[in-house]
Design a protein around this ligand. Structure first.
Ligand code: IPE
Ligand code: MG
Length: 227
């Protein structure tokens, strides 16, 4: 979800206004994703590198997170949304951590869309934490498999992303789901996150449906030509 700051700066507004507007987009996009049957919606809300932003901007983002979690909780229950956080929780304040855990536990048994919020998240940090778990378990080298690693990452139990959308014209992964995105399809758009609508989400999904995903193999329609 990139481009909140630029959206605000383009209008001569403080960056915080862009973040506020960005939160409103999350609500629309989550509802739209849920209604078209998306099983897991991962939202990159705050990277581990974002801690290095000015203190007041971090405070604004954490404040928005807190108020929207409190404000959206009943809606999550109504829509059947399961809320989860992936990322390094040690860096979060006790207050935010407690709110997150409360919403995670309360929505755990819902059966609709899983909203996986990447917060204080870095793909490398997640992999390092997984390696530490491998060592703590006294794992033998021959027991290390892709499934095992999958089970030790923050995303354990949820499938790899099929489609990654990045807004605001940047074409990079920025430490997002490094392990999990091995075969993800990408959709890049110049639209700034506060302008990203459900119509564009549908455009992205339609484009995704046209992609030929081979996962390194040969397309089924071509395999007979080789014989
Ligand atoms: C994305 O918008 C939101 C967060 C990273 C928290 P940015 O804040 O990165 O906006 P730009 O990239 O400065 O426009
Ligand atoms: Mg940015």
């Amino acid at each position: 979800m990139d481009g909140n700051g630029r959206w605000a700066e383009l209008r001569g507004l403080p960056r915080s206004e862009g973040h506020k507007r960005g939160v409103e987009r999350v609500k629309e996009i989550t509802e739209a994703a849920n209604s078209i049957g998306v099983e897991v919606l991962s939202l990159y809300a705050f990277s581990i590198e974002n801690w290095m932003r000015p203190e007041n901007e971090v405070e604004v983002i954490m404040g928005l997170l807190e108020s929207s979690l409190k404000g959206e909780f009943l809606n999550f229950m109504k829509e059947g949304i399961r809320f989860r956080v992936i990322g390094n929780r040690e860096k979060l304040s006790e207050n935010i951590s407690a709110i997150i855990e409360g919403v995670e536990q309360a929505t755990e048994k819902n059966s609709g869309l899983i909203m996986q919020c990447a917060l204080s998240y870095g793909g490398r940090d997640e992999i390092i934490r997984a390696i530490k778990k491998v060592i703590a378990l006294n794992t033998r080298p021959e027991d290390i498999t892709e499934d095992m690693i999958h089970g030790l990452l923050d995303t354990a139990g949820t499938p790899d992303p099929d489609l990654i959308i990045r807004t605001s014209g940047e074409q990079r992964l920025s430490n997002f789901l490094l392990w999990q995105s091995a075969y993800a399809e990408f959709y890049f758009t110049d639209t700034l996150w506060p302008d990203f609508t459900k119509e564009e989400l549908l455009d992205a999904v339609h484009e995704y449906q046209m992609r030929d995903r081979r996962f390194g193999k040969v397309a089924v329609k071509n395999s007979s030509a080789l014989r």
